[in-house]
Every structure is written in C-alpha cells, then in structure tokens.
Design a protein around this ligand. Structure first.
Ligand code: NIG
Ligand code: FE
Length: 420
C-alpha cells in the first residue's frame, strides 16, 4: 500500500480505541491500546495502518517519514465544551472574585455572562473572528484538533446568528474542526429582565426554527441550555430542549454546575449527547447517567478558575458506569483555559483520574461527546489523521507535568501544521 506519511519508532503509540463502537465506559476507561515502538501510516488525510513499526513498514511504502523515537504519539485532543467565540475580557471580575465576590453575585449584578454579551453584541463579525482566531491558534499549538463551540453571548436572533457565522468562518479558515452548538439559553438578556419565560418563548418560537434551517447542508448542530440557579429552570430547559429535539438538533445541557435542578435526569430522559459540569449531581442522577448513553463532560478548569475546591464526582460517575469526557470550558468568566494538557494534569490531581483515564477522556470519549466518535478521537484505521507527537518519553508525562506544552508536532488531516 502507498502512504503519504509514515510516523514511526514512537516510544509509545496510544491508539485510544473505542469500545464496541462507542466510548470507553466506567471502569474500562483508560484503555490506551499502547504500542511500543509504534507506527502509524497516513493516506489522503486518513489513518491507513497502525501497529509496531516493523509490521507497518512491511505493509506500506511511504512518500515521507517522521521519526518519533523517544516520543509519545496520540490522537489529537477533542475539546468537547467551549465558549471560545467572544469579545472582550473580564479580568476585572477575576479581581473582584479574589476579593470575595461570588460568580453568582457578579452575575446577579448584571456582570458575568451579560458583560460579555454587551461586548459581543458590539463587535462586528470580523472583529469577533479576529479575537477568536488567536485563541484557536493557541489551542491547536496545545494539541486540540477538534473543538466544540457554543453561541450564547449574543442572546438576540441576530447576534446569535453572528456567533454561528463566526464559527462557520473559523471552521472554513482554521485547521481546527469546529463543532457548533446553539446556546441562546445561556442567560436571560437585560431586555427580558424579570420575564424569563418571554425570552424562552422567543427561543422556542423564533430562534430555534430559524437556526434549524441552517441544518440543511451545514454542519450538524447541537442545542444546549444553562440549567442552573440564576439561569434557566428545569421547566424552561425542558421546553427548549424538547423543541430543539423535535427540530433535529442534538442535545447538550449545562447541568448541576452550582445547583442541582434536575438537568442531568432531563438529559438522560431526552437522550442528550452529553450532560456537562456535574459538580453537584446527586447520587440518584449519577446512577441514571451511568446507565445511559449520555456522555458526562467534566470541566475541572471551571472550579479551578473560580478558585473553588469542589470538583465533579468523577469516581462516582465511573463506578456508575458513565462515559466520562474532559474539556476546557474555555470562556472569559470561569475558565480562560486553552490547554487540554493542563486539563489532564488538573483532572488527575483534583478528580483522581489516572493519566490513562484522563487521556481517553480527552480523546476518544470527548469525540463521542460531540457526535464525532466515528471520525476522530483515536488512531484507528479509517479515522481522520489528527495526530500529536509529544516531546515526552511516556504518556504519563502528559498529566505529570503541567504549565508547559508537551506537544511538539500537530498533524491535522494528514498535514503537518505545526512544529516546535
Ligand atoms: O460553562 N455556565 C455557564 N457558562 C460558562 C460560563 C460563561 C461565562 O461566565 O461567560 C460555564 O462555566
Ligand atoms: Fe460552559
């Protein structure tokens, strides 16, 4: 067989296989599919063959080669939950929180999400794209090759469409693949203060149908709701998600970040692709999630970013059999984090994941959390050739070290796009 590229002699090549056509669930999380002295061959942007170097060499004739000796090779990271399209910053709020104000207090005083909404509404499409692009560049440099991106800083039909447009433009012009999610239910905008149900009416009756029309011929779209204290109630979340489901959206939910309102069981009931945050999910809901196909997306950057010490109950979720994924939650309020390696390091310390579990949660399981498990997240033949070469000798270093970037080379759809 002819190959465009052969990456060979990796100290450790981690395949991160899916299990039975799905994510790695519960106690089975952390199956690296590790191959010592490993190789992967790429043809037409896809993975052609993977295995021990001698075996792959015997199968393929490659036009170009990369020597990965002494290094670790993994799939690209999938960042399964971000709000990376925004304008402005909230450094002032960070300082207020350090002085004792809480996230919910700042939000109730008209700051928080609504402050980023003001900046994002004021920004032109071009400006929004220009502010976001360098963040994506840094994400890519840290090994993220697929990123889920939510709207939710527009909160009018026009401004939400502007965010979707920004996502489309970046998708067309940046090497990272962007997976769009519609999150008009991120906050009740100022013009609907005191009448949240009227805003929910607007989402359900006007925004969702218009956005759904974009589904034709375009990237599939998720719909998400921030179901929490100070945001949307369980009943409001149900209205929005039921309508979205009927219109053909995949479903996601911000559940149990600050208060347990029942968002997790709603996600399971509606067959959501993922339920995210889960910091204070009650035991019964953990059990339900563990029995479901809804992926649990954990975002340890958020409690860390807020200076809190309480993290999502990852061990209980694993014991319940849940499919666990990790993401940055990259946003200007709670977690301006562009580095999946940092999230791995944090997940191991704050939630006691093993380095292998964290790596699987950030690749194959994260791919399933954004509906792309059939295309990315592992180095299995037929998948998109999104591959990382890390300048470390052992996969455990990806979580063991923190604050520096382990990624030496990013290969996106077979093309070498960054070397350090
Ligand atoms: O996931 N929880 C809601 N949304 C974000 C915060 C967004 C913001 O503060 O701007 C989150 O933590
Ligand atoms: Fe979020």
């Amino acid at each position: 067989m002819n190959a465009d590229l052969l990456i060979h002699s990796a100290a450790q090549l981690c395949v991160l296989p899916g299990h039975a056509g799905g994510p790695q669930r519960g106690a089975r999380l952390g199956d690296l599919g590790l191959i010592a002295d490993g190789a992967v061959a790429v043809q037409d942007g896809h993975i052609l063959a993977v295995g021990p170097t001698a075996e792959v060499r015997a199968q393929v004739r490659a036009r170009a080669e990369l020597d990965a000796s002494g290094r670790v090779v993994t799939p690209g990271f999938v960042d399964a939950h971000t709000h990376v399209v925004w304008a402005g910053d909230r450094a002032g709020e960070f300082e207020l929180r350090l002085a004792g104000a809480t996230y919910l207090e700042i939000m109730a005083a008209g700051g928080g999400i609504l402050s980023t909404v003001r900046a994002t509404r004021a920004a032109s499409l071009e400006h929004l794209v220009a502010e976001t692009r360098p963040r994506l560049d840094r994400m890519l440099a840290h090994g993220t090759t697929t990123v889920e991106v939510k709207t939710g800083y527009g909160l009018t039909l026009q401004d939400e469409l502007k965010q979707l447009e920004a996502i489309d433009r970046l998708n067309a012009t940046h090497p990272i693949d962007l997976v769009p999610t519609f999150l008009a239910a991120h906050a009740v905008p100022t013009e609907f203060a005191g009448q949240p149900d009227a805003y929910v009416d607007l989402i359900v009756e006007e925004m969702l149908p218009v956005v759904a029309r974009r589904l034709n011929g375009q990237a599939p779209l998720f719909c998400d709701v921030f179901c929490d204290e100070g945001a949307f109630t369980l009943a409001q979340s149900r209205r929005i998600l039921e309508r979205a489901k009927a219109l053909g959206f995949g479903l996601k939910i911000h559940a149990d970040e600050f208060a347990a309102l029942g968002g997790t069981r709603l996600a399971v009931e509606l067959g959501a692709t993922s339920a995210d945050h889960l910091v204070c999910t009650p035991p019964d809901d953990i059990a339900l999630l563990g029995q479901s196909d809804t992926v649990a997306v954990l975002l340890p950057g958020t409690p860390f970013g807020l200076g809190q010490t309480h993290y999502a109950p990852a061990q209980a979720l694993l014991e319940a059999g849940a499919a666990l994924a990790l993401a940055t939650d990259c946003n200007p309020g709670t977690s301006w984090c562009e580095s999946m390696p940092f999230i791995l390091a944090l997940a191991c310390r704050a939630m006691r994941l093993t380095p292998a579990q964290a790596l699987a949660a950030a690749t194959i399981n994260a791919a399933y959390a954004v509906g792309r498990g059939d295309r990315v997240g592992s180095l299995e033949p037929g998948k998109q050739a999104d591959i990382l070469i890390h300048a470390v000798p052992d996969y455990r270093h990806l979580a063991y070290r923190f604050g520096t970037n382990p990624v030496a080379l990013v290969i996106k759809r077979g093309g070498v796009i960054r070397s350090a």
